[in-house]
Design a protein around this ligand. Structure first.
Ligand SMILES: [Zn+2]
Ligand SMILES: [Zn+2]
Length: 699
């Protein structure tokens, strides 16, 4: 017996039915209780029909049986199902009568087959796969036992079940070759769907997790068929492990193609609950993380480790760092969920380092995804109902924010997102869900995702005399979801240019020295650790500081006679999140005065860089968000239009200063403002002096 090694030989000596019966009857767990007898009792009380078996238990009981299960799952699972029925028959015969088929579902196989390694050698075997559920079809009904009516002239009509007992219907239901009652193959066979037995059936697509995809390659995916109770047990965006049998697509065989598609017939599915467990942190890692956190300069070192090859932009890197750590999500007394995720937007001139910053952020974030506003797939940034070109079937597919659930989505060129995403992204950024209802598919998916986004200015360059809302092609409703917005300008400044040039040269000369302060692999673990375990609480002192700042900002705005609300509860929540994230960065459980000060400092930087109302000199969030034109801004816009008009009217293709001033004066715009506007337009690179005192627009 000990010499038996192959599956075929096992079969000859193992009475699967007897061994499995014995397993259920006699297996005891560590607490000495009859685990599977208990589970069957529970199954009966709960009105369920699946018995879940831990693979390791079966292995401990009889390793040959366990190996046979992997090698020949169809036979073993069929026998096991019959055994369960038998056991239920003795325990609760009435219940057993009501169930057509009991299932034995196997969990936690010893080995996960990577999706990219799934080859035909696994055909017909039981495997375990892990990945993200990216796509589901609506639930359909599949016939498992068909009832036909056979009518012939001689015999009249009679009904029969098909296929015969013990046989299963594949994916295609074929007309019986002959009638099992009269033996004739002539006459008519009619399927009676209402008398046939149906089960729920659904197709899903499992895709490699982004962190498993080798750099520069596309993620691999595989179809999984769910039946009966497994249907709808997971949603797009869920990280799942699937135990199932590897099959080959019957339609690909019938088309007589040489290449077949593999798919999985699921036996068991588990949805991973622990979002951050994917980043493995060993005891040694934990020691290194703790040691790092003890360094009083840890935050500076973390910020300096973000995209070290990019010179400067300290406050943007700090904002990215805070977003990576995140605040603490809360649920208010009346059940409203307040997100802990910090969303950051960088609006920048082309040629600035936005994309590199984003790519780096996605690399060190747990569950980080880098994508563009257009989205890498048809599902875009949120989710979509898509029609499959070959099957005509509708399916629901998860987009980037759903796939990065629990992590960070770095979205480049967010201003180029699709119209469907513009409608859906608010919900994702605030309620952290994505709802979809289309073509009979209704779903609500989780999107507890931090958004770090970048966008290009609408006019090619950021125009300082226009509002943020004017400058970027995003609706105010989306802009207001960002906790921090930064403007990255590429403006000539000799001193800065020299520093930048030195830095770039240095990067190229000695890459060694630009090594990040903290190794990216360790930083990723550090961030993951903080997100998993650190939930800092606001101290009274920090609360007071944030409250005072908030009240002062509100007061300033109420003094404004035009009376827009300068700062809203949104900014208050943002301040709290930022302060919490600042504490998390040093793995501290208390939000101190220092944390609150850091949050206020960043908020001020944001407001000053993008929200200062030019006329009043006051920070006015209404201007940032609504882009409500101010008198001066209206005038500046008009001056720009005058330049355009004169340029197209003139023969030399430029607008003379005298002419601009004359036309502006006729509309009540003072000459000094025209001069100021021209200086500012030239500085922003919108216009240039084509010939002496004559200006043209840069195109
Ligand atoms: Zn038996
Ligand atoms: Zn017949």
């Amino acid at each position: 017996m000990a010499a038996l090694t192959t599956g075929v030989e096992h079969e000859q000596v193992i009475d699967v039915h007897e061994r499995f019966y014995e397993f259920i009857r006699s297996f005891r767990d560590r607490s000495d209780s009859y685990k599977y007898r208990e589970r069957i009792k529970q199954m009966i009380t709960m009105g369920q029909k699946s018995l879940i078996v831990d693979y390791n238990d079966l292995y401990l009981f009889d390793n040959r049986l366990a190996r046979l299960l992997i090698e020949r799952p169809d036979e073993v699972l069929q026998q096991a199902s019959e055994v369960v029925k038998e056991v239920v028959m003795t325990e609760a015969p009435d219940y057993a009568e009501t169930i057509d088929r009991f299932y034995v579902r196997v969990r936690a196989l010893p080995r996960v087959v990577p999706l990219r390694r799934l080859k035909s050698e696994y055909l017909g075997k039981l495997v375990m796969l892990e990945g993200i559920l990216v796509r589901t079809t609506p639930v359909k009904e599949k016939i498992v036992k068909a009832r036909f009516m056979h009518c012939t002239r001689e015999q009249g009509c009679h009904r029969f079940d098909w296929p015969p007992e013990g046989e299963l219907i594949g994916d295609i239901l074929e007309r019986p070759p002959a009638c099992p009652i009269c033996g004739s193959s002539g006459g008519t066979f009619r399927l009676l769907p209402e008398e046939s037995k149906l089960i729920d059936w659904q197709r899903i697509v499992l895709q490699e997790r982004p962190e498993e995809v080798p750099p520069g390659q596309l993620p691999r995916s595989i179809e999984v068929v769910l039946q009966d109770e497994l249907v709808d047990s997971a949603r797009p965006g869920d990280r799942i492990s699937v135990v199932g049998i590897v099959r080959v697509r019957p339609d690909s065989v019938s088309k007589k193609r040489a290449v077949f598609d593999l798919y999985i017939e699921a036996n068991h599915i588990e949805v991973s609950q622990k979002i951050l467990e994917e980043v493995v942190i060993t005891r040694e890692d934990e020691e290194r993380i703790r040691a790092l956190a003890r360094d009083p300069w840890v935050r500076k070192r973390i910020i300096a480790s973000i995209a070290p090859a990019i010179y400067g932009h300290w406050e943007i890197k700090e904002a990215i760092a805070l977003a990576l750590f995140g605040g603490v999500p809360k649920i208010t007394e009346d059940g409203v969920r307040i997100r802990g995720d910090i969303h950051v937007l960088i609006v920048g001139d082309p040629g600035t380092a936005k994309s590199q910053l984003l790519q780096y952020a996605a690399r060190i974030a747990p569950r980080g995804i880098y994508t563009t506003g257009k989205g890498a797939t048809a599902a875009g940034l949120t989710a979509a109902v898509i029609r499959d070109k070959t099957t005509g079937e509708y399916y629901l597919e998860a987009g980037a924010l759903v796939l990065a659930d629990g992590g960070v989505a770095a979205i480049d060129e967010i201003d180029k997102m699709r119209d469907e995403d513009r409608v859906a992204i608010h919900e994702a950024m605030e309620q952290q869900t994505v709802s979809i209802a289309k073509a009979g598919i209704v779903a609500k998916l989780n999107a507890r995702t931090t958004v770090i986004a970048a966008g290009n200015p609408k006019f090619g360059r950021y125009l300082t005399n226009r509002t943020l809302a004017d400058n970027i092609n995003l609706p105010v409703t989306i802009l207001s979801r960002f906790d921090l917005i930064f403007i990255l300008k590429d403006r000539p400044n000799p001193e800065e240019d020299r520093k930048l040039a030195r830095h770039v040269l240095e990067v190229h000369r000695e890459t060694e020295r630009i090594k990040p302060e903290i190794d990216p692999a360790l930083l990723k673990k550090y961030i993951s650790y903080a997100r998993r375990y650190i939930r800092p609480r606001l101290t009274a002192e920090a609360s007071k500081l944030i409250e005072d700042f908030y009240v002062e900002m509100r007061r300033m705005s109420s003094e404004n006679p035009e009376g827009p609300i300068a700062i809203t509860a949104r900014q208050l929540e943002a301040l709290i999140r930022l302060a919490e994230a600042h504490a998390k960065m040093a793995l501290r459980n208390e939000v101190t005065r220092e944390d609150a000060e850091a949050a206020i400092r960043l908020m001020k930087t944001f407001l000053e860089s993008s929200g200062m109302d030019i006329e009043s000199g006051r920070i006015d969030i209404d201007v940032i968000m609504t882009g409500k034109p101010r008198s001066k801004q209206e005038k500046l816009t008009r001056i720009m239009e005058i330049i355009e008009e004169l340029e197209s009217e003139s023969e030399e293709g430029c607008a003379r200063l005298k002419e601009i001033q004359r036309r502006a004066a006729s509309e009540g715009i003072e000459s000094s403002l025209v001069e100021e506007a021209i200086r500012s337009f030239r500085r922003d690179g919108i216009i240039y002096e084509k010939s002496l005192g004559c200006y043209a627009i840069v195109r």
